[in-house]
Design a protein around this ligand. Structure first.
Ligand SMILES: Nc1ncnc2c1ncn2[C@@H]1O[C@H](COP(=O)(O)OP(=O)(O)O)[C@@H](O)[C@H]1O
Ligand SMILES: [Mg+2]
Length: 440
């Protein structure tokens, strides 16, 4: 019997976009992006887009014929949706991953595609927003230039990858958070922003805020150490003012999500990756934002061999006795529900009560991360890499289900004007601001 759509509406899932970045090359972004996308594709249509367009990394890691790629999108005017490649019967004989597809970077280095100018970038962003999928994963290139930053969300980090025993990678990961947060603050306090639209003749105000932001961002200028000190400074000088509230709110609402690659046990990973990351983040950027560990990927020869053989690790048969059980998904969801998964920073309540970041204790972040790692490890220490990727995808799905898109898995790659409109559409910044007497 056929049911009418009106009677039995099918739930239309909104698309969620998750960039995978690290700030540094060689830490496993592409490996994670491919296998995470494969794991996610068992839950919905997933498209992985290669935005590290100079390296052809994804096409080199998946041995399947590619008919159309970003070259066809940029040079031949093909819609991005028709540049998606699916696995063939050789790689996926049972069709388990039929919901997975990827957009490959160009075969050779093509400058305008590798370093897209503003127009190309806009076109690509629009096309990514129009991809026909439930989940879109972006494999980012290393570095912090505009071709990376412009594809990152404004209010969360996407998935950051870093790894034990590589201090530069943990520093780079916290630098990404810093870059995203400053981009958002600069946007909110830009000349185009509705924030200043009511302040005729008070452009000094604009200059003052932007000079302060410059000062905080400059690591060589130690006058204002990080964004929390900046928020405190504003609170001290302006009191409960729209500017103060906006900065505090931007920091409090920001969410960081990370995955540890090349995981080598709780204590070592904590000491050489998580701790330095949280310390960098809290001392150089902010201790106010939430930090969530989405899991880890063990160091595995099989993963590396799979990459070299151009067969993504998730497509390999499970490793004998450690094979995931069929009840795994249910079990994992149960674990997720019962486990404190560290999304809400402990210090949040105190910070809100006193409207000051001086109550924010970075040690809470560290204790929280260690607890989460320990409880995950208690349950997951025997997991193989298949289970690691499954677990990270379960945690990501759980986060998307329980959190707003702005916190993880945005529904669009926002361009600045669009982001401003979104922020001010829902913000409590009054249309006419009483700026009071300024004495900074
Ligand atoms: N969990 C892992 N175990 C073993 N080798 C890994 C793992 N993750 C990545 N690698 C290897 O590390 C190298 C860099 O990985 P890649 O995914 O290309 O990093 P990125 O995209 O960040 O540059 C590759 O040779 C890859 O095979
Ligand atoms: Mg890569």
């Amino acid at each position: 019997m056929l049911h009418s759509a009106a009677k039995f509406p099918t739930r239309v899932a909104i698309k969620r976009i998750i960039p995978i970045s690290s700030g540094k090359g060689g830490v496993g972004k592409t490996t994670f992006a491919i296998n995470f996308s494969l794991a996610l594709s068992r839950h919905g249509r997933t498209i992985l887009v290669d935005l590290d367009t100079g390296t052809s990394a994804i096409r080199n890691a998946i041995d399947v014929p590619i008919e159309k790629d970003l070259y066809h999108f940029f040079r031949k005017g093909e819609p991005l949706n028709s540049c998606v490649t699916h696995l063939d019967a050789k790689l996926d004989p049972k069709g388990v991953f039929r919901n997975f597809g990827f957009v490959a970077g160009p075969l050779h280095l093509i400058d305008e595609i590798t370093n897209f100018g503003a127009a190309n970038k806009d076109r690509l962003i629009e096309a990514i927003n129009g991809l026909d999928a439930d989940y879109v994963i972006l494999d980012m290139r290393a570095g912090l230039d505009a071709n990376v930053i412009d594809f990152l969300p404004f209010s969360n980090s996407g998935v950051l990858i870093f790894t034990p025993h590589l201090p530069s990678a943990t520093l780079a990961a916290s630098d990404i958070v810093k870059a995203i947060l400053f981009r958002k603050l600069r946007l909110i306090f830009s000349r185009e922003s509705p924030f200043f639209s009511t302040v005729n003749g008070k452009l000094d105000f604009w200059k003052l805020i932007n000079d302060l932001i410059d000062q905080v961002e400059d690591v060589y200028d130690s006058a204002i150490g990080n964004l929390d000190a900046f928020a405190d400074d504003l609170a001290g000088n302006l009191g409960d003012h729209p500017i103060t509230r906006t900065v505090q709110q931007t920091l409090d609402e920001f969410r960081v999500h990370y995955v540890l690659n090349l995981f080598n046990g709780v204590e070592d990973s904590f000491q050489t990756a998580v701790k330095p990351f949280i310390e960098n983040l809290t001392s150089n950027v902010s201790a106010r934002c939430g930090v969530t560990n989405l899991g880890w990927i063990t160091r595995s020869e099989a993963i590396h061999r799979a990459n070299c053989n151009k067969i993504p690790a998730m497509l390999l048969p499970p490793e004998g006795k450690k094979a995931p059980k069929s009840s795994r998904v249910d079990q994992e969801l149960e674990d997720l529900r019962s486990m404190a998964i560290g999304m809400e920073p402990v210090r949040k309540k105190a910070a809100r009560q006193q409207k000051s970041s001086s109550t924010v204790d970075p040690a809470d972040h560290l204790a929280n991360q260690l607890n989460v790692l320990r409880s995950m490890f208690d349950q997951k220490k025997d997991d193989d890499f298949h289970a690691n990727f499954d677990y990270a995808s379960q945690r990501a799905l759980f986060t998307m289900k329980t959190r707003r898109p702005s916190e993880f898995g945005d529904i669009r790659v926002y361009r600045p004007a669009e982001m401003l409109a979104t922020i001010f559409a829902k913000s409590n910044v009054p249309t006419s601001i009483d700026w009071g007497e300024l004495d900074l």
